[in-house]
Design a protein around this ligand. Structure first.
Ligand code: ZN
Length: 284
């Protein structure tokens, strides 16, 4: 009697261990909140569907999901493993409060573009959209993210802007105050997918693609120091801070997109921080 109980108990333990092993094949790094990036790790060969759309999974089982500024309620995540089992998660997306920011004294032409400005704006928007549609298998984002410039944060993600008293679309970047000519470094490994000297709104504009649809944009640059198609490493100097386009002063406006979805760069750094450089004295 005692023996039989023991056997059954051991059998149950083995079953529980197997279930745990399957469920543990999914980890999510990053906050489940508006504007956040989440780094997922699952089994190699698993398929991932997020919000009813397939998501690219690397050979090592790494994938990215993100939440837009106004993402609401719940988002569904479905992982299908090579052995036929599945994990379903319903992620509750935390809401944020966004700041309201008034900006006056913007030159009138920049507030109400002329018809020829509008044509130019449309063409430039297409170039940017094209760069953001890129879906490369390189998981460059695994280098982690660091600040491209160090300085006072003069504008945050998500804030509602009011220009000369007129409500405009929300601000999707982080503005970092820095003097003209300050070096901008690559926050993560990537490939240059757009290098434009002078866009109507954003002036000197650079886009770096970090793989899997994740890209960084750098706006209002004075100079761009890399070429289209160039591979860059994290920490490499890629541009100089400026005040080009519609900018009220020298600063870097850094944006991060997951395809068309706009993310908060500060949350991207939190989700995938740059790997700390190991010194010879520190054990790995
Ligand atoms: Zn900005």
């Amino acid at each position: 009697m005692v023996m039989r109980c023991k056997t059954t108990w051991l059998g149950l333990m083995a079953f529980v261990a197997a279930s745990v092993a399957t469920a543990a094949a999914l980890t999510l790094e990053g906050a489940i909140t508006q504007g956040a990036l989440v780094l997922g790790r699952t089994d190699s060969g698993a398929r991932v569907v997020f919000d009813d759309r397939p998501v690219r999974v690397s050979d090592q089982g790494v994938f990215l999901i993100g939440f837009g500024r106004d993402a609401g309620g719940h988002a569904g995540l479905l992982i299908s493993y090579p052995d036929g089992t599945e994990t379903k998660r319903l992620l509750a997306v935390a809401k944020r409060d966004y700041r309201i920011q008034s900006i006056d004294a913007v030159p009138p032409r920049k507030v109400e573009p002329t018809p020829s400005d509008q044509q130019r704006i449309r063409e430039e928007a297409q170039l940017v959209q094209q760069a953001r549609r890129r879906d490369d298998s390189r998981p460059d984002f695994l280098s982690g993210f660091m600040w491209p410039v160090r300085g006072r944060i003069s504008g945050v993600y998500g804030s509602q802007r009011i220009l000369n008293g007129v409500a405009r679309s929300p601000h999707y970047g982080i503005d970092i105050a820095a003097s003209e000519g300050t070096a901008v470094v690559a926050p993560a490994d990537g490939v240059v997918t757009l290098a434009h000297e002078d866009m109507f709104f954003s002036g000197g504009t650079l886009i770096l693609d970090h793989g899997h649809g994740l890209s960084s944009s750098f706006l209002h640059l004075r100079r761009i120091l890399v070429r289209l198609g160039q591979t860059v490493k994290q920490g490499e100097t890629i541009a100089e801070v400026g005040a080009s386009g519609r900018a009220t002063g020298a600063h870097l406006d850094w944006r991060v997109n997951l395809f068309a979805k706009r993310l908060d760069p500060a949350l991207v750094i939190e989700a995938i921080p740059a790997r700390r450089e190991a010194t010879p004295l520190e054990p790995q």
